[in-house]
Design a protein around this ligand. Structure first.
Ligand SMILES: CNCCCN(C)c1ncc(F)c(N2CC(C(=O)NCc3cnc4ccccn34)C2)n1
Length: 406
């Protein structure tokens, strides 16, 4: 009886805290708040001093302990998979939850130059209950000549049963410490929620590939005048792509794809620079993870490429379907082929690979094809964040963003 009262008291206190100081944690972080947006000069907000970095991990409540997760180890990878499958991001109506596969997590978190202590877990009695990750990236910011070595943060997740223990802020502080200790002082991350202070607010768009399934799982709904048959006809696609020379990317294409990609990305205010090793990792096709197709003209010249990644969602309660198969637009470079035609082929390829929906953000040049190819704006907003960096311009327009986080 007593611990019920205690639990209720703890919960009430947490509610009060939230109401009084909603961003208590974020106000302690080097992120520009509203009124600083004018005064801060562009560049790092706080100078990093290596000597001041705490050498030991942050304290955890008793019975909780830190661990570095080795995703190459099947058991540990399985633990991460299960934690995310059951506790990671859901839509606002709790109808869907991401179901990142083990092979996808290995792709996303084991790029060249990865640091083992940046795959951070929290365990209780050997059970994984908390998770956060970083990967090393080199980010080009606005017109800064300098490129900034930093971390890309992702997969922050706390088990549903132990939320409101303030574990998330500790996970964030601990991975920040592990980044600082390597003399890196910036981070880039995205989130569906708004916390201080987004550098860009982008929107998701969805193109139906399997209208019937989308209606059955509740992703799409029919208005009075619409029927399933009418929707299927509306979104029907040709059997085969149209572009001559379109084929899956192979190892021999890496050099050309690297040049095409690095050249293409320079037009944006935020973009990564890729080595050939990184292009090998991020773009060579992996079944059920990443699909990349190149357009090869005469004499083996590659003039364009398209890519999309596989991120299924578990359909939480549905009599007929357990999953929604979603392809997400990754990077697409059209130098000879019209971008609308290239992306129309991407839709056809994704449909033929069995996807139900093709998702894209309104970043890069995506606005050029979203309407024409019948994408519909979703309810999902994706906010981009830069940690410890003041931009010249307070916010970037989505079309100025040249990075995709999975
Ligand atoms: C670095 N990591 C960010 C990527 C995580 N990504 C993919 C994500 N972050 C926030 C979102 F808003 C979002 N949306 C895709 C759109 C969508 O499909 N909405 C319906 C839906 C179907 N399944 C799910 C699962 C979770 C949330 C919404 N879901 C909205 N995607």
């Amino acid at each position: 009886q007593l611990n019920v009262v205690q639990k209720q008291t703890q919960y009430n206190q947490q509610l009060l805290d939230k109401l009084n100081k909603p961003h208590q944690f974020w106000e302690t972080q080097p992120m520009p708040n509203i009124n600083e947006l004018e005064s801060l000069k562009p560049g790092p907000i706080q100078e990093g001093i290596l000597a001041d970095v705490r050498k030991d991990p942050y304290n955890l409540i008793s019975k909780f302990e830190w661990c570095n997760v080795d995703l190459r180890n099947d058991e540990q990878a399985q633990q991460v998979y299960t934690l995310l499958k059951e506790n990671y991001v859901e839509d606002d109506d709790n109808m869907f939850r991401f179901d990142y596969s083990i092979e996808f997590l290995r792709w996303a978190l084991l790029p060249p130059g990865q640091h083992p202590d940046w795959i951070v877990g929290v365990k209780v009695n050997q059970k994984l209950v908390g998770f956060i990750t970083g990967i090393p990236v080199t980010l080009h910011i606005e017109n800064q000549q300098t490129k900034v070595k930093m971390t890309e943060i992702n997969f922050l997740c706390v088990h549903k049963k132990i939320r409101a223990n303030r574990l998330a802020p500790v996970l964030i502080k601990e991975i920040t410490r592990r980044v600082h200790i390597k003399n890196m002082w910036q981070a880039v991350y995205t989130a569906g929620i708004v916390v201080p202070t987004p550098i860009s607010q982008t929107r998701y768009y969805h193109r139906s590939l399997n209208a019937k399934k989308l209606i059955e799982v509740g992703f799409s709904s029919l208005s009075a005048r619409q029927t399933i048959a009418r929707q299927q006809k509306l979104y029907k696609l040709p059997e085969e792509p149209k572009t001559q020379g379109l084929r899956p990317m192979k190892k021999k294409d890496v050099a050309q794809v690297t040049k095409l990609l690095n050249e293409y990305l320079k037009q944006f205010k935020l973009y990564f620079k890729y080595t050939e090793d990184e292009v090998k990792h991020w773009f060579l096709p992996r079944k059920d993870v990443i699909s990349t197709y190149v357009v090869e003209k005469e004499q083996g010249v590659v003039t364009d490429f398209l890519s999309f990644y596989n991120l299924p969602s578990q359909v939480i309660k549905n009599p007929k379907h357990t999953h929604l198969r979603a392809a997400y637009s990754y990077y697409n470079v059209a130098t000879q082929t019209p971008i609308v035609q290239l992306m129309y082929d991407a839709l056809i390829l994704a449909k033929n690979e069995g996807y139900d929906v093709f998702n894209a953000l309104d970043i890069m040049e995506n606005e050029k094809f979203l309407k024409e190819l019948m994408f519909c704006p979703g309810d999902g907003q994706l906010n981009y964040y830069l940690y410890n960096w003041k931009l010249e311009s307070n916010m970037l327009k989505p079309e100025e963003i040249g990075i995709v986080l999975v």
